[in-house]
Write a protein that binds this ligand. Structure first.
Ligand code: SF4
Length: 412
């Protein structure tokens, strides 16, 4: 059965499929749901995401997550759901009954687009044959596998649970079981990494015939074990020239392999962009449920408390444990710059003017002029976007296009 047929039959069985065509037209705005699963079997030494290795509270957590989904059923104003993303932590630490409980809750409270993208983030060593078969019984149609590198020594240093061979087997097993939309994550700029070892990782990734690759430069996040190792001079950060060479090689190799570079860190075969991540970048509303999850509804953003205990306790008391920030026009403009400029599509200037007014539109163009002259930015058919030379200094360009409240700065 194809992924689409499988999804449709699951949705019909559960009542998840939206069956009343009169309420929404096909070009309705749609929204996404992110589900944070904060359990990890062990911590990787570079990671500063919220997660816990205490896995004794999974049932309670899933129950709280379902309560949050039902309490917030109107957060997205009844828009149809086009993507669901199970992220973490390690969602592949859950069992079938956990997934079913959450999908049943979603079915009761939300209307899902029939061709919705439903992604599971997974660790390679969790993807045993039995586990992948279980996933095929559920409506997942996209698997995102955290591989990071195919170098076993570095995997051990990073405290990853899997080996390179396990990662390769996991991808092949998912493909053999019928998953047709697979993404893998790699990291570069790793300790002791050379251009040759990075090229080996890229060639290995390409040879797996996956549809999508996310590649991030390693960051030494303050407070992580890796950050402490660097302070003690037990690992060394790669120099800037190497970082640039790694990024150049990444872009060249992926292009040669037929991938589109559709966001600074993301590459996909045509038609295989991550729809969930793309909706973050184009300003679509999304609701994040679970500890530490973020949400955005167009006028405010909010983030849940990053504590398993406090999250469960608060939901039991029927309170969403979230901080909320109302977004003024300047903050929304800044968000749009940061999210749109990082994509290959770029920023549509007439839409910017329509949404934020002439003053902010002109401010953006004034600050872009210098980069346009240098060939770091370009405008084609009203889309302002980075050139290949601009991608290398994208942080600086984005920060120059941001609105800064001069009065507030002077007050500080
Ligand atoms: S498995 Fe993922 S979320 Fe968990 S510690 Fe490692 S990188 Fe972080």
């Amino acid at each position: 059965m194809t992924d689409k047929k499988r999804l449709l039959s699951f949705l019909q069985e559960t009542g998840f499929l939206y069956l009343c065509p009169s309420k929404h037209s096909s070009d309705d705005i749609m929204a996404g749901i992110y589900l944070h699963i904060p359990f990890c079997k062990r911590r990787c030494i570079y990671c500063d995401f919220y997660s816990t290795t205490m896995d004794g509270r999974k049932d309670e957590y899933i129950s709280a997550l379902c309560h949050e989904l039902s309490m917030r059923q109107h957060y997205l104003e009844d828009e149809r759901i086009k993507t669901i993303y199970w992220g973490g932590g390690t969602p592949s630490q859950l069992e079938e009954r956990h997934f079913r409980t959450v999908f049943d809750t979603l079915a009761r409270h939300y209307e899902l687009q029939p061709d919705a993208e439903i992604t599971l983030e997974a660790n390679p060593d969790d993807l045993t044959p039995a586990y992948i078969h279980m996933l095929r019984r559920l409506p997942f149609n996209r698997i995102s596998i955290g591989i990071q590198t195919f170098d076993d020594e570095t995997l051990r240093l990073l405290h990853r649970r899997h080996t390179a061979a396990q990662a390769i087997d996991a991808v092949r097993r998912c493909q053999d079981t019928g998953f047709e939309n697979i993404s893998i994550d790699l990291m570069y700029g790793l300790p002791k990494e050379s251009l040759q070892s990075w090229e080996h990782d890229l060639c290995q990734a390409i040879s797996l015939h996956v549809q999508h690759l996310s590649a991030y430069h390693l960051i030494y996040e303050e407070g992580t074990e890796l950050w402490r190792l660097r302070r003690q001079h037990r690992v060394e950060e790669v120099d800037e020239d190497s970082s640039l060479a790694f990024f150049n090689l990444l872009m060249d190799k992926m292009k040669q392999a037929g991938f589109e570079h559709y966001e600074i860190s993301n590459f996909a075969l045509p038609g295989r962009y991550s729809r969930h991540n793309s909706s973050y970048w184009d300003g679509t509303k999304y609701m994040g449920c679970g500890a530490a999850a973020h949400s955005f509804n167009g006028v405010s953003r909010q983030w849940n408390i990053a504590s398993l205990e406090l999250y469960i306790k608060s939901i039991r008391e029927r309170t969403i444990p979230a901080e909320i920030e109302q977004l003024d026009v300047h903050t929304r403009y800044n968000d749009r710059i940061i999210t749109a400029i990082r994509t290959s599509k770029g920023l549509l200037l007439p839409a910017l003017e329509k949404e934020f007014g002439k003053e902010l539109h002109d401010f953006c163009l004034r600050n872009a002029r210098h980069y346009l002259t240098q060939g770091k930015l370009t405008i084609e058919n009203d889309w302002l976007r980075l050139t290949r030379a601009g991608i290398f200094i994208s942080d600086g360009i984005m920060s120059d296009l941001l609105w800064v409240d001069e009065d507030a700065c002077q007050d500080e």
